[in-house]
Write a protein that binds this ligand. Structure first.
Ligand code: AHR
Length: 356
């Protein structure tokens, strides 16, 4: 692995910029905060083919294997990396969009190895199937940092650290919120029919949120999960899945969407079917992420609640890299604190301060 020294000035600048970052929302953050607006200075490699030696003098070269551009959350995550890993901050970022395909990410990681980057960062599409390529990175002496979703690997020395949201907890928080909401509505003992529009099957955001909700389903014998299908974390697929649920079931009480974009599609499908949703509607709709558009949807009376998943991992990963550069140890698993938002809150004020 090539090691490059970041000047004391740049380290100080990074530290100051990270300290100045604020979440600006209801959730606190134990591992670093918000990032500045995107400065699109990164090198984009659509085909992930090697593009020569990534060596760039004093800069630390980071290859980021991103999932894709499937959601508002993902866009905010990409911007967080691009605005953090700038030349001004002492980095050269090689960015790859895998278009939600694991094979593209593996290809990108191999390209990063060939380019002899200093660090590889991966937001893995799915949890399994990474051992071989991570072994290759290890053999090349390139540290790998995982961000957002987790990998299921037998040897955890294959990566330095992971930073992201606690997806199981997000699912459980959602289940607890539904229970309290139904109780408040006087529906605590009613038979409640639910459907779930899942995320990409095998992604830890899907696995964890489904598991968290399943834990809460066990606590409520009057809740019935009628169906679960993947909406691939996209609005278009969320709409398609909801259309099919509405054709199959005429008595849906709650729709759980494993991200906000799926919820936007589901809401369109519900309205197109002549039904209503939200606090005053026929169907309760909840989702995950808490992007700005979800606040607009709650303010419009369509979405009931959204459970936060913070995408601003750029500064958190930079902090890990700086510690590794300084020879310090880093916590292997770093959860980000997250919150939730619903229509009982002052959403206009929260939205005005919202960073993503
Ligand atoms: O892994 C995080 C999830 O991926 C977000 O919930 C979703 O919007 C994104 O596509």
């Amino acid at each position: 692995m090539k090691r490059k020294v970041l000047s004391a000035f740049l380290i100080a600048a990074m530290t100051l910029s990270m300290a100045a970052c604020g979440g600006g929302n209801g959730g606190s953050d134990s591992t670093g905060g918000d990032s500045a607006p995107a400065a699109d200075e990164a090198e984009d490699t659509d085909d992930a083919e090697p593009e020569g030696d990534a060596d760039s003098g004093e800069l630390i070269t980071v290859g980021y294997a991103q999932v894709g551009a499937e959601s508002d959350w993902r866009t905010a995550n990409t911007e967080s990396f691009k605005s953090t890993f700038t030349e001004e901050n002492g980095y050269k970022l090689i960015f790859d969009d895998a278009q939600q395909k694991q094979e593209n990410q593996i290809k990108a990681i191999r390209s990063f190895i060939q380019q002899e980057v200093d660090y590889i960062v991966v937001a893995p599409v799915v949890e399994t199937g990474w051992e071989t390529v991570l072994e290759e990175a290890k053999e090349a002496g390139i540290p790998v940092i995982l961000s957002d979703r987790m990998m299921d690997v037998s040897d955890d020395s294959l990566f330095e650290a992971w930073v992201g949201g606690n997806f199981v907890l997000e699912g459980e928080t959602c289940g607890d919120w539904i229970a309290e909401y139904l109780e408040d509505q006087g529906r605590g003992d009613e038979e409640i029919n639910m459907v779930t529009i899942q995320g990409t099957i095998g992604a830890s955001a899907q696995v964890g949120r489904t598991e968290g909700m399943a834990n809460k389903l066990k606590e409520h014998s009057n809740w019935k999960m009628l169906d679960m299908q993947s909406g691939e974390f996209t609005q278009a697929k969320g709409q398609e899945v909801m259309e099919s649920f509405l054709k199959s079931y005429d008595d849906i009480d709650v729709v759980i969407c494993e991200n906000d974009n799926e919820a936007f599609g589901a809401i369109d499908a519900i309205k197109a079917a002549g039904k209503s949703c939200g606090p005053d509607g026929d169907i309760i709709v909840v989702s995950f992420d808490s992007v700005k558009a979800a606040f607009e949807s709650m303010i419009a009376g369509d979405l009931n609640a959204t459970f936060e998943c913070n995408p601003l991992h750029g500064p958190r990963v930079a902090e890990i890299i700086q510690k590794l550069e300084a020879g310090e140890t880093v916590d292997k698993i770093q959860y980000v604190d997250e919150s939730y938002f619903d229509t009982s809150m002052d959403l206009e004020s929260i939205l005005a301060e919202r960073a993503y």
